[in-house]
Design a binder for this molecule. Structure first.
Ligand code: G3P
Length: 219
């Protein structure tokens, strides 16, 4: 399972990219706003900077809700950087926009996916990747990981090329479970990426190795 960073914070992306495990970045209007990005030009220049740190797909979301608006924005975003994935919501207007953009060879990340049926529609429309929001499903008492598994199983059995990206990831257990459920990608907050490496036995073991080595080298 590949790991993407789910943030528009340039410091986090710069630090995360240095680790050598980040294959792409996803952004959305909320993440952009929380990174202090307030207009389209600022979004565009932040995305260009992100693309200079990360050699992989960068997802950029449209803010129109009508099909033509999404298509116009998607065509524009497709020219911002060398490897854009245009994020289009899983509405009926969005499905039509996905079909139009995909038909023009523009890669699309179908976002705000909460059901297998939405994923089927997006795949039929030609989405490159579908993003089930697992944390938000868990928040309302549904099983986000089960949705990942259902979509991944179905796509594998039907040889559908659309990839499954676990999104709305909140903690390291989501990463483990998404990988086990067959997600091709998990897009994770920076803090979750760091938590994936953390284990108290690693810290304790390292402290003991260093202490033993220092003791031995003093005798
Ligand atoms: O990838 C989608 C993500 O940014 C949404 O996460 O935590 O706002 O549900 P969250």
């Amino acid at each position: 399972m590949k790991l993407f960073l789910d943030t528009a914070n340039l410091d986090e992306i710069r630090d995360g990219a240095r680790l050598g495990v980040v294959s792409g970045v996803t952004t959305n209007p909320s993440l952009a706003a929380s990174a202090g990005i307030g207009d389209r030009e600022a979004y565009r220049s932040a995305v260009a900077e992100i693309a200079s740190f990360v050699d992989g797909p960068i997802s950029v979301e449209v803010v129109s809700t009508d099909t033509q608006g999404m298509v116009d924005e998607g065509r524009d975003i497709a020219n911002w950087i060398p490897n854009p994935w245009v994020k289009i919501p899983s509405t009926i207007e969005g499905i039509e926009a996905i079909a139009t953009l995909a038909g023009e060879g523009i890669r699309v990340n179908q976002t705000l996916c909460f059901s297998v049926n939405q994923a089927i529609l997006g795949a039929q429309a030609g989405a490159t990747v579908v993003s089930p929001f697992i944390g938000r499903l868990d928040d309302i008492g549904h099983d986000g990981i089960a949705l990942i598994r259902d979509i991944a199983d179905l796509f594998r059995e039907a040889a559908v090329e659309t990839q499954v990206m676990a999104a709305s990831v909140r903690h390291p257990l989501h990463c483990l479970k998404a990988a086990q459920a067959g997600a091709h990608i998990a897009t994770v907050p920076y803090r979750t990426l760091i938590q994936m490496a953390q284990h108290p036995l690693t810290d304790a073991g390292l402290a003991r190795f260093i202490a033993d080595w220092q003791k031995a080298s003093q005798t």
